[in-house]
Design a protein around this ligand. Structure first.
Ligand code: IMP
Length: 427
């Protein structure tokens, strides 16, 4: 048995989609355990670009079984559109996916209230997909679960509690008040397609692990967007860290063998919130253009900056990373020197630990590393890289004391240097 969790080690958009897709080649089951259609996992296969928001990236491997776990929030309309899109590419999907009836449904009025609340000086800069409202309704115990969509009677009764709870909220932000009839009219045409896909996903994953199958838990967003351990309040509303794989799936922590963190060779962030190593002006613009750093879900330009080692060490700690993949190394070709944030200065004091609650007051302290001029996308082994690119990888490995198992040098599946087995057991 090998169970591996794959998580983003920064603010999301680290290129998890490509890495999970590669790892999924050897997996029997791929599980999404948290988040919803706020995620956008971009995959490039044979020159074709595919973006998944809800389906695990493993869906592109025709025999991999896919699970959408209890910790997810699922917009049923987006889910069906995505299934139809992948089926349109000639892959069967419905026979391979199982969705937890405990996952919560995101309804149009939850997305509308997310967008309405997403303005003004305290805005988080959310994706506007209804993620925050759906998770808060879940915590307030008025949410609608996918398991409620088995009959109109049950769906109506669940909707009554939710719509009731919404009336005052809608008034507070000037949004239209939702109605049970309207929400049911939205859900009813989708219910027939959703019902056959529901199942006991905790039991399914448990059986897969008992049968010695390989299971990959695919994280969404990134460590610093975690509700408890990220840059609160500028975070998403779920636990994006590796521990979320257990609660979001319904398996115990003793079942996880390895945790694989994904980091870009630099940093990006979308939405508001602190980002100490951010590059402003033309320097940030040119990194954004070189890396095509625009949100896969919203198309928003991503904020760009240099690699932040204290933040990466923090990700190693809070996720218990056993190995790392470094993505987009090719985007750094062409620089004479590459600055890397190795410490912060907070109120005049130097620290190498991430002051996650004081990050807006942390000034980055940079060290400079020698760059390289060559394009590197054809490299398939470390030895194919220029010496300074190799040194950059070794520097990361040493400074965060974590083995690097993969280096991505381009968007295509093949453009990857595989250095070790990400499935290698931690214990
Ligand atoms: P929400 O998850 O839509 O509520 O957005 C909360 C914050 O998380 C915002 O800053 C979003 O930009 C960010 N966010 C949510 N999902 C992703 C993602 O998949 N990649 C990167 N940032 C994300």
């Amino acid at each position: 048995m090998t169970a591996i969790v794959v998580v983003g080690a920064q603010w999301g958009d680290e290129g998890k989609g490509k890495i999970v897709d590669l790892v999924a080649e050897r997996a029997d089951v791929v599980v999404r355990y948290g988040g919803g259609a706020n995620a956008g996992h971009t995959l490039k296969v044979n020159g074709q670009k595919v973006v998944t928001h809800l389906l695990p990236s493993g869906v592109l491997h025709p025999t991999t079984r896919c699970v959408l776990g209890a910790g997810m929030v699922i917009d049923p309309k987006v889910l069906l559109e995505e299934i139809l899109d992948i089926e349109g590419r000639g892959l069967s999907v419905r026979s391979r996916i199982t969705i937890s009836g405990r996952a919560h449904a995101t309804l149009p009025f939850q997305a509308a209230i997310d967008r309405a609340a997403n303005a003004g000086p305290r805005a988080i800069g959310t994706t506007g997909r209804g993620i925050g409202p759906t998770y808060s309704d879940k915590s307030a115990r008025v949410g609608v679960r996918l398991g409620d969509l088995v009959s109109s009677t049950r769906a109506r009764s669940a909707l009554e509690a939710l719509v009731d709870a919404y009336k005052w909220r809608a008034r507070a932000v000037g949004a239209a008040e939702p109605s049970v009839d309207e929400a049911l009219a939205f859900l009813e045409p989708l219910m027939r397609d959703i019902q056959p896909l529901l199942g006991d996903t905790s039991l399914l994953v448990d059986r897969a692990l008992r049968d010695n199958e390989r299971v990959v838990f695919e994280g969404a967003q990134g460590t610093l967007l975690d509700l408890d351990h990220g840059t609160y309040p500028f975070v998403t509303s779920s636990n994006t860290v590796a521990g979320g794989a257990c609660t979001g799936t319904g398996i115990g922590p003793t079942r996880i063998d390895a945790v694989f963190g994904i980091t870009k060779a630099y940093c990006t962030r979308v939405g508001h919130g602190p980002f100490p190593s951010e590059l402003h002006g033309t320097a940030g613009d040119s990194l954004r253009e070189a890396g095509e750093e625009y949100g896969a879900t919203t198309g928003r330009p991503r904020r760009c900056g240099w690699l932040d080692l204290p933040a990466l060490r923090y990700a190693v700690r809070v996720n218990g990373l056993t190995a790392l993949a470094v993505t987009k190394l090719d985007i750094l070709s062409g620089y004479d020197e590459i600055p890397v944030c190795t410490q912060y200065r907070v109120d005049g004091e130097l620290t190498a630990e991430l002051p996650v609650d004081d990050l807006d007051r942390a000034e980055p302290v940079f060290e400079r590393f020698t760059g390289w001029k060559e394009a590197i996308s054809s490299a398939r082994a470390l030895g194919d890289l220029p010496a300074s690119a190799r040194a950059y990888i070794t520097m990361i490995e040493e400074r965060v004391e974590t083995r690097i198992a993969m280096v991505s040098v381009g968007a295509e599946r093949a453009e990857t240097i595989v250095l070790g087995d990400p499935f290698a057991r931690a214990r």
